[in-house]
Design a protein around this ligand. Structure first.
Ligand code: ATR
Length: 283
């Protein structure tokens, strides 16, 4: 057998998946650590997902990432899940242990890793957070904020019912506020997080008046195309500390790489520059 045939093989499973930057990130780390291994794209339609993951061990895969729309299906497919994945009801990182499919969710760790790196000390006096949006990303972020001891999370979503439903998983610390009151919710906030798709390339900007935010507040936008959203530009102009979405993408990738290839990779300035360059050139 050739060395390549023995090399660990991982992939990102999505539908579609051509825009995923995970191959770029893992490819960078494989080269940086001079590891024999491969990280591929797997475009798998929903009806084929269960069969695809069941055949991964036989096809030489050591694991993979899971992206839209498969995170809940991945959760269901796993024989073993981490406590975080159990809490979030979604899996974004798969690996195989003794022939069994195992799953974790590293979105919360990615969110926190980016904040720790880009806004050190951000949770030093974390009392109140405002989170916009109520999708899967919001759920991971609420969980992440809770693990850092936040006292109150004000949650605003266009569809209030979806916010109420999400809040019910987190108990009293989450207070749902109307979408039209999102600007008012900012007074006393230590952090504002945008988890909606507003501000993303091709979407309208997030319309929110930042004037009520205290001067020490951090503004975190999980959108990373463009790298500098209108929200981040306005927050920076107000003198606030900002964290962009690329950091979350890079930090959520690290635990999977470590499981598959045995080396804990670093989110270095060189990796960041490499991926930023690609996001910029994709325009
Ligand atoms: P993810 O799982 O990545 O969080 P999602 O489930 O598609 O993605 O959620 C997208 C979020 O962006 C939702 O909170 C959505 O609000 P609704 O629940 O009301 O759909 C929000 N969103 C998308 N477009 C929006 C818009 N034009 N105005 C306000 N919120 C919007």
């Amino acid at each position: 057998m050739t060395e390549l045939a023995l090399a660990p093989r991982a992939c990102v499973i999505g539908w579609p998946v051509r825009h995923s930057r995970s191959p770029m990130i893992h490819g960078f780390w494989l080269r940086e650590h001079e590891l024999a291994g491969a990280y591929e794209r797997a475009e798998v339609p929903p009806e084929q997902f269960a069969d695809f993951v069941a055949s991964m061990p036989g096809n030489g895969f050591v694991g993979g990432n899971v992206t839209v729309p498969h995170k809940e299906a991945a959760f269901r497919a796993c024989a073993i899940r981490t406590p975080t994945a159990e809490l979030l009801g979604a899996v974004n990182t798969l690996w195989i242990e003794r022939g069994q499919l195992c799953g974790d969710n590293t979105d919360a760790a990615g969110f926190l890793g980016a904040l720790d790196a880009d806004a050190p000390g951000w949770d030093g006096r974390l009392k109140t957070a405002v989170v916009l949006g109520a999708g899967g990303a919001a759920r991971a972020i609420l969980y992440g904020l809770k693990t850092r001891g936040v006292e109150t999370i004000r949650l605003a979503n266009r569809s209030r019912a979806r916010a109420e439903e999400l809040a019910a998983h987190f108990g009293d610390i989450v207070e749902v506020v109307g979408w039209d009151r999102r600007g008012d919710a900012l007074s006393d906030a230590d952090i504002l997080v945008n988890t909606t798709s507003l501000g993303m390339k091709g979407q309208p900007p997030l319309d929110i008046d930042l004037s009520r935010l205290p001067d020490h507040a951090v503004v975190d936008d999980i959108v990373y195309v463009p790298l500098d959203t209108d929200l981040l530009i306005r927050a920076r102009a107000r003198g606030l500390r900002v964290v962009g979405g690329l950091g979350m993408l890079l930090h959520q990738a690290a635990p999977g790489f470590e499981r598959w290839f045995g080396v804990r990779p670093r989110v270095s300035p060189a990796l960041r520059a490499f991926v930023e360059n690609d996001v910029r050139s994709a325009g």
